[in-house]
Ligand binder design. Structure first.
Ligand code: SAH
Length: 344
């Protein structure tokens, strides 16, 4: 796709555009401000720009890159937004409010579909169709900002897709979202979640960014992990843990390990102890997620007693653990329930 979405440009890209069209560099900052601070939805509204520059921008760039087809859920609660892309592909974006903190988190898709095919996740059932562009990813946030009447506080790449399978566009989007003169979403409020793409972990370690890294573990040993996550064939658990260790050493950042609890698969007391062994001496957090039901996977979530025991085993070993109730199940907006669809 060669369409240039205005939200896909870094400030430097806008500056280059202005230079090319013999406009002073400060014009780029003005455009940036209209885009991300005033959040207008057309070039016409950028009143302090000369008319010919507005016309040139409209010639070169597309403003709206996502068409909102459907909103599920009520304002103030978890909401799932369905978007149509320029080529008729569909993606989903979720808004998760934390009413007590008064904050909102947006859960972004980074691809149409996913190639990694984790057994329990609906997003990868049909493979990957294509990467989202940085413009489309930032576009998701801008659409959410319109729904909320302001920018979201936190961003998590936990929607459809594997962010490290679309590394460059995801990182570009992160830099746009993070820019202090734009949306200014702090790097520490941006979480990238990976199924264990080691090359991505290694590259992120070199970026000098303070973003949060989550790694989907889901099992304490090679065998169970391989049975749930085909990615384990390419990057076995041992290699993944080595990369995580190198990442924390290099960045001094704490990694969060995601662990979806599945009844009789990875929820036993012995497996909790094995997980402790794996993560001990590792400066990390663990997020336990009860399995969200998906049609294609006949696993179940464990009973709450089993989940509490698992949680307690980790906590007792001094591992900072949360037992997260995956939000949005009724809307099929919870972890792993988002799927790529196509119309037309
Ligand atoms: N591809 C990335 C981000 C997408 S999913 C990754 O794998 O990390 C975000 C989290 O939801 C991951 O930890 C994923 O394994 C988990 N998840 C997927 N399907 C789930 C399900 N049915 N129930 C609970 N968690 C699930």
């Amino acid at each position: 796709m060669n369409q240039l979405f205005i939200y896909g440009l870094l400030l430097e890209g806008l500056e280059a555009f202005c230079k090319e069209h013999r406009q002073p560099a400060f014009r780029a900052k003005q455009i940036w401000d209209w885009l991300y601070v005033k959040r207008v939805s057309s070039f016409d509204e950028m009143k302090n720009l000369p008319a010919d520059l507005r016309a040139k921008l409209a010639d070169h760039f597309i403003f709206q890159c996502l068409e909102k087809l459907e909103t599920k859920g009520d304002p103030g609660e978890t909401q799932k937004l369905l978007f149509k892309l320029g080529d008729n592909e569909l993606i989903e974006t979720v808004i998760i409010p934390a009413p007590r903190r008064g904050t909102n988190t947006v859960c972004l898709s980074s691809q149409v579909g996913c190639r990694f095919g984790c057994a329990f996740c609906a997003s990868g059932q049909k493979g990957v169709i294509r990467n989202l562009t940085a413009g489309e990813i930032v576009g998701e946030v801008m659409e959410v900002a319109n729904v909320l009447g302001g920018r979201p506080d936190n961003v998590v790449f936990m929607g459809i897709g594997e962010p490290f399978d679309n590394y460059d566009e995801v990182l570009k989007a992160v830099r746009i979202l993070n820019h202090p003169d734009g949306l200014c979403i702090g790097a520490r409020r941006i979480t990238i979640s990976t199924c264990g793409v080691v090359s991505g972990i290694q590259m992120l370690a070199e970026e000098g960014l303070q973003v949060e890294l989550s790694v989907s573990l889901h099992a304490p040993d090679e065998e169970v992990r391989a049975s749930l996550m085909p990615v384990n064939e390419t990057w076995p658990l041992e290699e993944l843990m080595d990369a995580c260790r190198a990442y924390t050493e290099k960045t001094k950042r704490i990694i969060t390990f995601e662990y979806t609890l599945i009844k009789d698969v990875n929820d036993s007391a012995a497996q909790a102890r094995q997980l402790v062994k794996l993560l001990k001496k590792f400066n990390c957090r663990v997020n336990l997620i009860p399995l969200s039901p998906v049609e294609e996977f006949d696993g179940e979530r464990p009973d709450s007693e089993t989940m509490k025991t698992f949680f307690q085993t980790l906590e007792n070993a001094g591992i900072n653990t949360t037992l997260r109730d995956s939000k949005g199940s009724a809307l099929k907006a919870a972890c792993g329930q988002l799927r790529a669809r196509r119309i037309g």
